[in-house]
Design a protein around this ligand. Sequence first.
Ligand SMILES: [Zn+2]
Length: 75
Amino acid sequence: MPLYDFHCEQCETKFEVRASIKEKQAGLQPECPICHSQAVRQVVTAGLVLHGSDGGSLPSSGPTCGCSNRGCCGS
Ligand SMILES: [Zn+2]
């Protein structure tokens, strides 16, 4: 069962709520375990961000114009 991070806006407490996908889709509205406020918002963790293409791994050698003709770039 997935775990969701929530943050209470009332007392600034961070807590976790375990809920099924079904419960989540039905509109999960947990309350703070400390102050029992429902003024909570879900904290979206950025741990699932994929590594984008940085393009920095290209070899720096070779003709700068991208052609295969050696004489073209003066090399
Ligand atoms: Zn609270």
